[in-house]
Design a protein around this ligand. Structure first.
Ligand SMILES: [Cu+2]
Length: 108
């Protein structure tokens, strides 16, 4: 528990909002090096919007991309993925970086 609080404090101190601008400044070759890596996370479905093809997840920390735990909205690659999940489900999801965004390619 203390560890996760510490991690949250570090994230708060460094500022999640600085991440997108940092990504902008990264050389193209560096961002491309990460673009094909599948990132796996876990969390709980807060809401889903099938017509928009998006899902809001309360996800746990994802160390692979330096994210702390938070609630956020993701686009899904295929709206059919949302047939498999509903509000309150505990899910495991796979993210793929597309430009500056992360798109869910699988969720179960
Ligand atoms: Cu997030």
């Amino acid at each position: 528990m203390k560890t996760s609080l510490f991690v949250l404090a570090v994230i708060a101190a460094t500022g999640m909002s600085s991440l997108p601008s940092y990504a902008d400044e990264m050389p193209m070759s560096t961002t491309q090096a990460h673009s094909h890596e599948a990132i796996v996370g876990t969390g709980t479905v807060v809401s889903e919007n099938k017509s928009a093809g998006s899902v809001t997840l309360q996800h746990k920390s994802i160390p692979a991309i330096g994210w702390g735990a938070m609630t956020m909205e993701f686009k899904v690659k295929d709206k059919m993925l949302l047939d498999k999940v509903k509000k309150g489900d505990k899910v495991q999801f796979t993210l793929l970086q597309q430009g500056k965004d992360y798109v869910i390619t699988n969720i179960k």
